[in-house]
Ligand binder design. Sequence first.
Ligand code: FES
Length: 114
Amino acid sequence: MNCQAETGYAPTSLQHGFPACGEDGPAYVEPMTHVVKVCFCPSCYVRGAARILNVITGILGTGAGEISENGSYTLETVKRLGGCRSGPVIVVDDEYHFDVTIQKVREIFRRSEE
Ligand code: FES
C-alpha cells in the first residue's frame, strides 16, 4: 500500500524520508500537499504564533495536525524553526517567513493560490 497514492497525503514522518512499508517493500515519497509549519516555541508564541495559527486555520479551514478539505495543505505546529528573534516564524513548503503578521499571512496564501 502506498498511503500517499491512496490518500493524497503522506504523514510528516514519511515526508522527511522515512521509508513507507508496502507490498513492494520500502518506498520513499514526496509530499503532494503544501506543508505549512507554524513555530509554537515560547519566543514565537509570545510574539503571536497562536493568533497567526488562528488566521491560517481560518484561511485553510483546517486545524493543526490536519489536512485542508481540498487536500492542498497540511498544517502543523512545530518547534524551533531557528528564527526566535524574528518570530512568529512560519514555513510554507521550504520557504521561511519571519516577523509574520496577519497581513503577511493573507499575502502568503493569496500568492500560493495564484
Ligand atoms: S521560537 Fe520560533 S523560531 Fe525560535
